[in-house]
Write a protein that binds this ligand. Sequence first.
Ligand code: NOJ
Length: 552
Amino acid sequence: MSRYTSPTWYKDAVFYQIYVRAFKDGSGDGHGDFKGLLSKLDYLQQLGVDCVWIMPMYPSPLVDDGYDVADYRNIIEDYGTLEDFKAVVDGLHQRGMKVIVDIVVNHTSDQNAWFIESRSSKQSPWRDWYVWSETDQKYRDARIIFLDTLSSNWSFDPSSGEYYWHRFYNQQPDLNYDNPEVQQEMLDIIDFWMERGIDGFRVDAVPYLFEREGTNCENLPETHAYVRRMRAHVEAKWPGRILLAEANQWPEDVRAYFGDPGAEEFHMAFHFPLMPRLFLALKQQSRKSIVDIMQRTPVIPPRAQWCIFLRNHDELTLEMVTEEERQFMWEEYAPEPRMRLNLGIRRRLAPLLDNDARRIRLLNALLFTLPGSPIIYYGDEIGMGDNIWLDDRNGVRTPMQWDFSPHGGFSEADALYAPAINDEIYGYQHINVVQQQANPESLWYTIRHMLSVRRNYRAFGRGTFEFALPENDALLGYWRALDPDDDAGGEPERFLVLVNLTDSEQTSGLDLSAFAGIAPVDVLTGQPWSQIDAQPYTFSLPPYGYYWLRLR
Ligand code: NOJ
C-alpha cells in the first residue's frame, strides 16, 4: 500500500499550513483566494509536502480571521465559490496531496444565523444553541484565553437581557454542546465537507466544548464523550479521513484525546508543549527542556500520531511552560512589547532566530525527525519575516512572497488585505520563492532536500523514539527506528539524529558498541562516518550542526 492510500497515511505525511487570504490573489482584489491557490499547487508539489491544511474559509465577519464562522456550509466570498474550493481539492489529489480544513466546533460568529435567532428572545427555539445565563458569575474557574483583550468569558446581551458564554472574543459565542441538536449539526457539517472530498479536519479549540460548575471547563469527560462520537461517525462514514485536535494542553491531557483502541478520539493532535522548548533549548544551549518534555510525553495508541510544528498563524504560545521559562522566552525572543501577545510571542520563525540560517535549518532538522508528522507554516520554507506593527496576530499572516515584482507577486491590486513585508532584511525584494529557487544553497532547497530524504524512510513518521544522550548536554541525540514487521514492510531502519544546540563546535561520545562494525551514513549528504568499534564512538559537531545518521 502506498503512502497515499494507506489508512494511516497521516503518519508519513508532511503537512503545510495555508492561510488562503495570504497565499496568492487570483482575482486581483488584494485578497488571496482559491483561484490563486490553485495556480500554486505545483509549487507545493515541488516542495514535497503531502497534505495541506486550509485555515477557515467560511463566510465570516473576520473578527478572528475566520475562526468566527457565520455560515458553515459556504465559502467566504472573497475566497471564491464552492466550485473554486472543489477545484483546489481535486487539484491537490491529482498531484498526490491531501487536504484538511479547519472546523470551528466550539463557537460561531455572533453574525451566524443560529446566534441571531438565539439572541432574538428567550423563547427562541434556537435559544438553547448557545450558553446563556442570568448572571456572569458562573464557571469562575475557567481561565481567560485572550488575556490582552478580555476581562470575562461572559458578555451581556442587552436585547434579551442575559449573558452569553464565550472562550474567545465576545463576537464568538460558544455553542451549547448539552443541546443534542448542536451535537448533531456539527456531524452534519462534517459530512457536508467530507462529501466535497476533503481528507479530514483540523478541529479548533477542542478542550472547551462543555462547561461544568466547579471545573476549569477544559477537557471534561463530556467533551471526550462527544469526540468519541465524532470519531465513530467519521470512522463509519469516512474511513481513511482524519481528525486533528487543536488542544493546547500538557502531553498527559492531550494523550486522552487520542482515546484508546475501541474508544478512539482523534487521529492526530498537536504537540504544543514541545514547540517553545525547541526555542528554549537554543537559548539555553542545552537539551534539557526538550528531554524533559519528551520524557513527559506518554506513549500513544498505534493509530495515533503527534503533529509537530515550529510556528503557526497564532502567537508562539507560552501557555505550556513554567512562569520562569515564560519570562525567559519573552526576554530572549520578544524584547519589544509589540512582539508579545496574550501569553505568547507574535513573531515568525526566521526573525525569532535572527535570520541565522544555521539555527533555522537546525530547528527544521529537528522538526522533520522528532516523533510525529511535521507541519510547515506557509512562508517559513523561505524564511519570511513578520510585521509587528500590524495588530493581533496579523503580523505573521502577511502576503506570501513569490517574486521580485510589486507586492512580492502576491497580487496585482494596489491595496492588499495587509501590506507585503517590505523591509531591508525580510522584504520581498530580498526574500521570495524565485530568488530561493535560483539558489541551490537556499533555505527552500534545504527544506525540500530534507523532505525528499525523509520520504525515503518511514522511521521518522512511524518509528520508535529513544534518547541517545552524549555526556555533553549541548548535544541532543536520539534514535528513530522501525522494524519491518511494524506494518511498514521492507528493510529495518535505524537512525541516530545528532544536533549541536550551540554556536561553537562540540565534541562528545556515545557507547555504540552494540553496532560495532557498522559505518553510519549521514543520509542528508551521503557521507559515511568512521566505522564503529568497541570503544566509545566520538564525534564533533560544528556550530548548530545536525546529522541524520543511518546505521545499517
Ligand atoms: C485557535 C486558532 O488557532 C486561533 O487562531 C483562534 O483565534 C482560536 N482557536 C479561536 O477559534
